[in-house]
Design a binder for this molecule. Sequence first.
Ligand code: F6P
Length: 547
Amino acid sequence: MFQLTRSVTWQALKGLQAKTADDRISDYFAADPQRFEKMSLRVGGLFLDYSKHQISDAVLDKLIELADHSALVQRRAQMFSGDIINVTEDRPVLHTALRNLGEGPLMVDGQDVMPEIQRTREQIRQFSEAVRSGEWTGFSGERIRDVVNIGIGGSDLGPNMACRALLKQRHPELNFHFVSNVDGAHIQKVLSRLDPATTLFIVSTKTFSTQETLLNAKTARRWFVERAGPDADVGAHFIAASTNRKAAMEFGIREENVFEFWAWVGGRYSMWSSIGLPIALAIGFEGFMAMLEGAYAMDQHFLTAPTAANMPVLMALIGIWYINFQGAETQAIVPYDQALHQLPAFLQQLDMESNGKSVDIFGRPVDYTTGPIVWGQTGSNGQHAFFQLLHQGTRYVPIDFIASLKPEAGMEDHHFALLTNMLAQANAFMEGSAKGGELDPYSCPGNRPSSTLLLDELTPKNLGALIALYEHKVFVQGVIWNINSFDQWGVQLGKRIAGEISERLDAHSQDFDASTQGLLRLVRAQLPTRDLPSAPPTSRGNKRRKA
Ligand code: F6P
């Protein structure tokens, strides 16, 4: 059976790592004046500079060979055509279908899924236009002014990030709020500022069984009924994005206001589906479609560009070089763009929930490291917080710098400072402080790698392309590692045990370890059992349940 780490290419890369360990990135530039031109790439409105990496030409060639010898071509075709590649959950993975703007059918289980995707798109168009125009009114006849998305994980992070990124294009009469944390302080704070007559709640949950979301949704409904009165029309103020129509209707949502999506859309890949409804409400249906268009264009690039000029594949290979051959444990995401401040959190879930796996698709333990710890925050702030460790600490952290070129009118001086700071940092990380001179103990060693991703402008289209780029990067890494990037059994375990602990709180259950029992006693002493929320029913044992 094929073993990745025993393959000729893998072994050659190990050899190259030893050979190039002392290479300085800046020497690569000195030796090759064309390096920037050779190691940069434009796709639509995105420009990637990947020249500041400790990657020689020979290393790059071998990395490309690694991709070419992997199952990438086959697995990519399988994903786009709806084959079951999420093997543990026995599902296709078709977020790309949601942004498919091509003409042809897409058959899943003998059925063309495109008509229902188009139907839901049309439902999103009609609804978003009605709310934005003020035609959709609440129980008092007033227009909607506040939209509250209640969801968690993939049902929060994507629309939350995108609405913040595109805030400047938001409808001037609509405000957006995102409630995810089960900590009551979160929803309390949001509700305290709202008027029920002008508030619309979107209960965003693929399964309609996630404890945090259901509890927040019930609290919102109670708040609404208490303030609006028992006769007020809950149906005019609560809608849902879910695959579970029945549960949404049992909650009190009208059938026509359940915005459907499908089991083959993974939670962290769902912003292109009805889960993206807040985006359509914020920037309009055309803006939402432009985001899909950008993602579709990136999909086409990913499908057709040769390995050596394929942006997601190159980013995946660079990551693999650091994770598997240079021992990097983490990947920093540093946007020099305040509007992208939620992007690191979004990419953290995308990457870590997808590739945080230690068995391959056959369930066998892998003997190589997989997904990195993804973290980060905006660059300006990071410079005055964690950059010190990146410059002089003992860790080796590759960085993705991300920025948009076009300044906001009237803010050109800020934008210039922002971008020059980013370029200064990328340069400093590479060259260090001892340019040509002797290193004293306090100088910065440099030779720390980074990519720079520039968006011509932060438009819905370019944002769509950016997100699709990272989705495919994560996918390619998963293929090379031969893991299933589309399940999340670790998260499921936490969900199950939370349910079990809630159920057993009263019973003085001996099922849990002594520490959990002791801590539970302290919790019980503070919380009268009758006030405890009921958790979704669970069954004991190791049964795996799908999200
Ligand atoms: O975090 C695990 C997960 O299953 C995600 O994939 C999903 O986005 C999130 O929980 C929320 O689940 P749901 O959308 O079903 O409420």
